[in-house]
Design a protein around this ligand. Structure first.
Ligand code: PHE
Length: 466
């Protein structure tokens, strides 16, 4: 195993890279739809509580395990002397692998939209939903065809990814984030102002600020929890890898808070941007369309603002950045493992694994609308079902792999390696871990119990985690 590990070039570099991993399609593509389904304001509040009480301790745990072990996700458990727990790492790598397969494809759609706004803005404005489905191979007359445009762009997106990974941690990932992240943030603010001032946006805004407790169910909590883990990149052992590149003098506690705050802020901004826009343009009955939001509903915002086409291009460009930095973190976790564990050469490992993931991901894009490829699923209520392959891939990661890996991390740290070891790791070089006591309770009792409940509930009731 190699002895000298890469390290982040600068303090801000690490924060931006970890925040770059967290902020991605999850915040902008997934969050708004979930916030709407969960009842607006009440969902937001639950989400916030979950980030604070579960997300933060888990993120801190992963970073500390990574830095203490100076190893990849599987090696970490060996390095800390508990080989028996390396399955947690395996689940993490496998989960990252499956997520990347489809994440890169959705990233490809975003890339497609950068070009779509350059050449086809009026066509998108005319029928934004039709344009989206057309890209996925389902046409207005109901006929279907191979979604080669979406697949082609997914290939380009994956190649971009591989390129950055091959160039290494510092030069690749850091440089991307230093510019992309702040720019995305500013653009979201600008679009937010346009969105909430659109005629008809007000009920959407009011909805996002309303606390309708009658709408809060156990499912809302499950959904918020899954969304929070996904969004913070937890339970994928990504942060163990990133933590291993972190210098001993960094304050893990403070960094964790910063990253969680940045990720949550972006999600909130996206929620307050997208939902009012959907109310104003597509109508509130369209809000449930979830995934297509980021592609479909914003067309109305761009159409009705001066320089809308320019903002459209900029938005998808920055979303592309965000997706790329998240995808890079996923691939980096896998590649770091392959190169260290099997002594594969970095360049070959990256190209090989990216090619395979791209091919598997084609099943995701094709099964959206064009070709009825099925997966298989089992839960206690519905028995054996055959969901579309794209849903199957998300079930596998969101309902099974993420919670299992997160639970494994909690049990390992709470009961085997012990919270004291994490606290000692955080307190290296005279850094004080102010919330150490609270952390101990959260990681030992609260987090594992909460995750176990979700895991069981989602498998027993068939309700999705994220
Ligand atoms: N957190 C990323 C997002 O919100 C996705 C991701 C999940 C990245 C898991 C890495 C690991 O889009």
């Amino acid at each position: 195993m190699e002895k000298t590990r890469a390290q982040w070039g600068s303090k801000i570099g690490f924060i931006l890279a970890a925040a770059g991993s967290a902020v991605g399609l999850g915040n902008i593509w997934k969050f708004p739809g979930r916030a709407f389904e969960g009842g607006g304001g009440s969902f937001l509040l639950i989400y916030l509580l979950i980030v604070i009480f579960l997300g933060m301790p888990l993120m801190l745990t992963e970073l500390a395990v990574g830095r203490a072990s100076q190893s990849n996700v599987v090696g970490a458990f060996h390095a800390l002397g508990h080989k028996g727990y390396s399955w947690v790492g395996w689940v993490g790598v496998l989960g990252a692998f499956v997520i990347t397969c489809y994440y890169a494809h959705v990233g490809g759609w975003v890339l497609r939209y950068v070009f779509a706004y350059i050449t086809d803005a009026p066509v998108i404005y005319a029928d934004s939903l039709g344009y989206f489905y057309n890209m996925l191979g389902l046409h207005a007359d109901g006929s279907t065809s191979f979604p080669w445009v979406a697949v082609l762009f997914a290939g380009i997106f994956m190649a971009l990814n591989a390129f950055v990974i091959i160039r290494g941690v510092e030069s690749g990932i850091e440089r991307f984030n230093k510019i992309g992240m702040p720019a995305l943030f500013i653009l979201l603010l600008i679009l937010l102002v346009r969105s909430v001032t659109l005629p008809g946006a007000e009920p959407g805004l009011r909805y996002m600020l309303s606390f309708d407790w009658g709408k809060v169910t156990f499912e809302t909590v499950i959904s918020a929890l899954g969304q929070a883990f996904y969004s913070l990149s937890i339970g994928m052992a990504i942060l163990i890898t990133y933590g291993s590149y972190l210098s001993k003098s960094e304050n893990i506690e403070k960094n964790t808070m910063l990253i969680c705050a940045a990720d949550t802020l972006v999600a909130m901004l996206a929620g307050f941007l997208v939902i009012p826009a959907v109310f104003a343009t597509l109508g509130s009955d369209q809000v449930g369309k979830g995934g297509g939001f980021a592609f479909v509903s914003l067309a109305g915002v761009f159409e009705q603002m001066p320089g809308g086409q320019f903002f459209g291009i900029l938005f998808y460009l920055l979303l592309l950045f965000a997706a790329l930095t998240s995808c890079i973190s996923l691939v980096e976790g896998i590649v770091a493992f392959l190169t260290e564990w099997f002594s594969w050469e970095r360049k070959r490992a990256t190209i090989g694994v990216c090619a395979v993931m791209f091919l598997i991901g084609c099943l995701y894009t094709c099964s959206q609308a064009a070709i009825p490829i099925k997966g298989v699923w089992l839960d206690a209520v519905n028995g054996v079902t055959f969901p579309a392959f794209c849903d199957f891939m998300e079930f596998l990661t969101d309902r099974l792999m993420i919670p299992v890996c997160a639970l494994g991390c909690c049990i390992f740290v709470g009961w085997v390696w012990k919270p004291e070891s994490v606290i000692a790791e955080v307190e290296q070089e005279c850094v004080r871990f102010g919330l150490a006591r609270v952390y101990r309770v959260l990681v030992k009792y609260v987090a594992p119990l909460a995750i176990l409940t979700i895991l069981i509930m989602s498998l027993v009731t068939g309700k999705t985690l994220s």
